[in-house]
Design a protein around this ligand. Structure first.
Ligand code: UTP
Length: 295
């Protein structure tokens, strides 16, 4: 019988230097797309994928994230008094989304180190990792993490989400190479963290979602500091690959990286246009603005 993926880890402790000066005092994971913080989209994706328990990796500067997921009785009372039942329901639902735990990453030693903080929570189970600053919008009714969990449940091996990126952008991501064993599923042969376009083995970039077997923790423990003097998750994945199979899944979905300023700007436009209450007005505004800048 296949083992189900029931736990998820969401790293959200990073400094967010790409989004300074805003991130000097506000966690980038709380940046909104229209009116909902990025990290809420991420938690909702995990829950819709069948995840039952979530660990958020934070630092003391990121405590506002805890407040976002905790109930706020005063606010709820006020909304109730004012008969704002729709808002009340929205607010109450956030704190009921999932069983969320928190762990502090004491020193921000990189994504690999953040994932390593989850060992106690994870125990001996497979688990998902969802980057807390990236929304993955699915093209189907299956959320991206669910797409990966389906592959895990068939292969019992670690699986990483892949998205094809233009050659000039490969140097921003971990890049995988492998053999397509079935449609959109690769058995990974090698991977390189942020390669130059000349050294990239493919254009298939890691896309902010992973499923790992608990063996990743031994690999992380054996991983020293790599690029940027940080413990890189990709380096540990390389080690894991040496001891067992790993798959890449070209996911049916799109990455919205809110940790970058241009990613945030583009995502905001797209998510605003999807909302019926803003669509017409916003579209007219965009057309006007584009015409102004092109003239
Ligand atoms: P990034 O790769 O975007 O790194 O992290 P960063 O340090 O947060 O941001 P920049 O590159 O300086 O702008 C991807 C995810 O991993 C978390 C981040 O919070 C983000 O959600 N992370 C990163 C940690 O939890 N700990 C770390 O040490 C680094």
């Amino acid at each position: 019988m296949s083992v189900k993926v029931k736990k998820a880890v969401i790293p959200a402790a990073g400094f967010g230097t790409r989004f300074l000066p805003f991130t000097k005092s506000v966690p980038k994971e709380l940046i909104p797309l229209v009116d909902k913080p990025v990290i809420q989209y991420v938690v909702e994706e995990a829950v819709a994928s069948g995840i039952e328990e979530i660990l958020l990796v934070i630092s003391s500067d990121k405590e506002p994230i805890i407040r976002h997921f905790n109930p706020v009785p005063e606010l709820e009372r006020r909304l109730e008094e004012q008969n704002k039942s729709e808002m009340l329901q929205q607010v109450q639902e956030i704190s009921k989304l999932a069983k969320i735990h928190y762990v502090y990453q004491q020193e921000l030693n990189g994504l690999g180190d953040a994932v390593a903080r989850a060992q106690y929570f994870v125990g001996n189970e497979p688990f998902a990792v969802l980057l807390g600053d990236t929304v993955m919008d699915s093209f189907t009714d299956k959320p991206v993490t669910r797409q990966l969990a389906d592959v895990f449940e068939r292969t019992s091996s670690s699986v990483v989400a892949l998205e094809e990126v233009p050659l000039e952008r490969v140097s921003k991501y971990g890049i995988a190479d492998g053999d397509e064993v079935e449609k959109d599923i690769l058995k990974i042969r090698k991977m390189v963290e942020k390669p130059s376009p000349e050294n990239a083995p493919s254009r298939l970039a890691f896309a902010a979602r992973y499923i790992f077997t608990p063996e990743i923790f031994a690999a992380l423990a054996a991983t020293g500091r790599g690029k940027n003097n940080e413990i890189q998750l990709t380096d540990a994945m390389q080690k894991l690959l040496a001891t067992g199979a790993m798959y890449g899944c070209k996911v049916a979905g799109k990455r919205y990286d809110i940790g970058s300023k241009s990613g945030f700007l583009k995502s905001t436009v797209e998510f605003a246009l999807r909302r019926p209450e803003f669509r017409e007005e916003f579209l007219a505004f965009l057309r006007e603005t584009v015409a102004k800048f092109e003239s």
